[in-house]
Write a protein that binds this ligand. Structure first.
Ligand code: UDP
Ligand code: GLC
Length: 390
């Protein structure tokens, strides 16, 4: 591979969040010209390596690790010497690439400086909604300022993400929306016998209603709203697939466990932890619920629910609104509203025709708008035009 063609992908995370799973499909498609640098080790590195992607870990030193999404700028300032050291190392690696592609906010800051040092253009795949529901205003100013100054192209994962970036002062001319793409094969090739097996293992009968939530356990992902919504319905079960993959979310996980036992429903709230077989688990559910209480930037799990041919209920904010047409390809409910969620579950439970129509129309919409081929094509066009200097 010539230097001209190489892409240096950066991500700070070693865990498998939605941003990392999305990069996995992109890096796989660019395998022959990609090198991925992660700032911590973990299952993401192993997945990339299994898929034949060149990946290495450049660990962040102590102070750099303490920068958090809601932390203050003083804390960030203390991390500057470590940050510069890290940027220098990335700049050295970038010399054998034609473009730097940062997949997360922390890696964008590093990539932007490394790009200036190595004179390589930088693309930022922006997967976060830059608003105060998610970040401190200092962090938003810092990230937007650095991106405006040093990043050539910003790829937003939804119009909501793009709008929030621009509303925070981000340059509109550099920013374009590319929706995520999800491979449909794993959802189409689920063996149906695994579904009934799973329900039996969980003690969920055919007449019970299994509502699955497939988000990492985190306050703003709103699993507590689902627990509230099913509380008064003994035949309703919640399948919580996902873990507190970021340390700050561990107390929320304990809170959910406490809530389930306090409400006397530990036998119908099933904590599965992080799982690798989301398509199989979705197939066992009657409904897929997305319960985020803050605007979701995109929400892969919504599209995955649609690809599973399940009726999806999602909260009416952020990118979710661009994925679902209410009562046609899914149901939208206000965020943080357990009564509305309970009502939506109930209307699906009682109306088989509505369930079937939404599931089928949702599936077709997901296939036509969110394919991984379309994602790769759009990303390739942006990478090529950026390294061409346009
Ligand atoms: N996911 C997974 N295993 C789990 C829980 C979730 O593989 O146990 C995946 C899920 O299928 C989805 C991603 O994690 O692809 C979450 O992405 P999303 O965009 O919904 O949310 P994020 O975590 O990025 O905010
Ligand atoms: C982020 C967002 C999520 C999005 C994912 C992939 O993790 O929180 O909404 O789907 O990135 O772009």
């Amino acid at each position: 591979m010539t230097e001209r063609r190489r892409i240096l992908f950066l991500d700070h995370a070693g865990v498998l969040g939605g941003g990392e799973l999305s990069l996995l499909s992109i890096a796989r498609a660019f395998r022959d010209e990609a090198e991925v640098i992660l700032f911590e080790d973990g299952p993401f590195r192993r997945k990339l390596a299994e898929d034949g992607v060149a990946v290495s870990v450049l660990p962040m030193s102590g102070k750099l690790r303490t920068i958090s999404r809601d932390g203050g700028l003083l804390n960030d300032a203390a991390a500057i010497p470590a940050l510069l050291g890290h940027c220098l190392k990335v700049a050295r690696l970038a010399r054998s690439s034609s473009v730097i592609y940062a997949n997360s906010q922390k890696s964008m800051i590093v990539g932007a400086i490394a790009g200036a040092l190595s004179r390589r253009p930088v693309i930022w795949h922006l997967r976060d909604l830059m608003d105060v529901a998610h970040f401190s205003s200092g962090h938003i100013r810092l990230a937007v300022g650095v991106a405006n100054a040093f990043v050539s192209r910003i790829i937003a994962n939804s119009e909501a993400t793009r709008d929030a970036f621009i509303a925070s002062g981000g340059k509109a001319a550099k920013t374009l929306t590319v929706y995520n793409g999800i491979e449909s094969d794993p959802f189409d090739s689920v063996d149906p016998s695994t579904s009934s097996l799973l329900r039996t293992e969980l003690g969920v009968t055919e007449s019970d209603l299994l509502v699955g939530c497939f988000s990492r356990l985190s306050d703003w992902k709103g699993q507590h709203v689902l627990l509230e919504a099913i509380r008064k319905h003994p035949g309703w079960h919640a399948l919580l697939v996902g873990d507190a993959i970021f340390d700050a979310d561990t107390p929320y996980k304990s809170m959910l466990e406490t809530l389930a036992s306090r409400y006397g429903m530990a036998d119908r709230v099933h904590f599965l932890g992080f799982r690798d077989n989301v398509p199989e688990l979705m197939a066992a559910c009657d409904i897929v619920a997305h319960t985020s209480t803050a605007p979701e930037p995109f929400g892969r799990v919504i599209v995955e629910g649609m690809l599973s041919r399940k009726p999806v209920i999602a909260t009416n904010a952020g990118g979710a609104v661009e994925l679902i047409r209410d009562r046609q390809t899914g149901l939208l409910v206000p965020p943080n509203d357990a009564i509305a969620l309970q009502g939506a579950i109930s209307s699906l439970e009682q109306d088989a025709q509505l369930r079937a129509t939404i599931a089928s129309q949702g599936h077709d919409e997901a296939v036509s708008r969110f394919s991984s081929d379309r994602l790769v094509r759009e990303v390739r066009a942006i990478v090529d035009s950026t390294r061409g200097g346009t």
